[in-house]
Unconditional design. Structure first.
Ligand code: DON
Length: 304
């Protein structure tokens, strides 16, 4: 398969297409990004890297970091995690509070905001220096010491994070948050503020395509069983109330973030990230979904 050729075709199809969608504006710092940025980066489990456009530029990975948080939390507490968070798709937006009260403070899944806040609570309880250790973990997955937090994004989100605060407070009232509310929010905003390029993100996701093993060092980070559970969760919940459409169009597990990135995993083959900051009404990259759909259509490769 000539991945570079297909990436070029996909890139050229969309680079000048009418740029629908809107950049996330509820986190003011994210509005500073050039809305017309567009990059596609693919890395294979055998270490080959392909890309087009702005695939080496870094962007705010936002909710994509929830997958890293899930991985680290499962590595530390194992299947006990599922007592505090479910595994069903929510069918609601990423920041919806609606189900949380009915379901007594147990989030539907770890990839909606409520679920990720529980992951943060667990990591704060288990790690001595949560922010340093989380960053070191992501750097290790990506074999890349340049990955970092963006403290301006942290401050910006903290200032306007009323809904996330509502989530933590509600879950605390049900006993599903153990730590101080401000500490949980601070850690959550840090993990969302991580910046990576399409290329770096695809590389850091390779363990999910490679049975839980880092292809470049051979180190097993998580078991095959945990890898299966993470990929299944990403497939069903990674794009929130658009996860069905994404599966239908793309046919790969994928995770989005309001920074405009979407990363998709092809087990046994590669990871691919598309970045385009203009979002559709569900908060997912408009061009990202279309580009990934064309990519799997042209390569005729999906998990189905
Ligand atoms: O908590 C928030 O609202 C953001 N830090 C993350 C949301 C997000 O990326 C949703 N994904 N599409």
């Amino acid at each position: 398969m000539n991945y570079q050729l297909v990436i070029n075709e996909v890139y050229n199809t969309f680079r000048n297409s009418t740029n629908k969608g809107k950049i996330a504006n509820y986190i003011p710092e994210l509005k500073k990004v050039d809305a017309n940025k567009f990059g596609i980066g693919l890395v294979t489990i055998s270490g080959d890297s392909f890309g087009a456009g702005d695939y080496k530029d870094t962007f705010s990975i936002q909710s994509i970091s929830k997958v890293f948080a899930l991985t680290l939390a499962l590595k530390i507490v194992g299947n006990k995690l599922w007592k505090r968070v479910g595994v069903e798709p929510s069918g609601d937006p990423f920041n919806s509070l609606v189900q949380l009260e009915f379901e007594k403070g147990i989030p539907r899944n770890p990839l909606i905001n409520a679920g990720a806040l529980v992951l943060c609570d667990i990591l704060i309880s288990k790690l001595k220096n949560p922010k340093d250790e989380f960053l070191a973990f992501v750097q290790k997955l990506g074999n890349n010491n340049n990955i970092n937090y963006n403290l301006n994004v942290v401050a910006s989100e903290k200032k306007y994070g009323f809904k996330n605060a509502a989530h933590v407070n509600l879950m605390k009232s049900f006993g599903n948050i153990k730590n101080n509310i401000d500490d949980v929010l601070d850690f959550y905003y840090h993990i969302c503020s991580i910046e990576m390029s399409c290329e770096a993100l695809s590389k850091a996701f390779l363990l999910y395509a490679n049975r839980g093993v880092l292809p470049y060092t051979g180190e097993e980070i998580i078991s095959l069983s945990i890898t299966k559970r993470i990929n299944a969760t990403v497939q069903l919940c990674g794009l929130y109330d658009e996860a069905g459409t994404f599966s239908f169009k793309v046919g790969l597990p994928g995770k989005s973030g309001v920074g405009g990135g979407i990363v998709a995993i092809h087990p046994g083959k590669y990871c691919i990230t598309v970045w385009s900051p203009r979002l559709n009404k569900k908060g997912n990259s408009y061009k990202g979904i279309n580009a990934l759909e064309l990519f799997t259509t042209k390569t005729e490769l999906s998990i189905f």
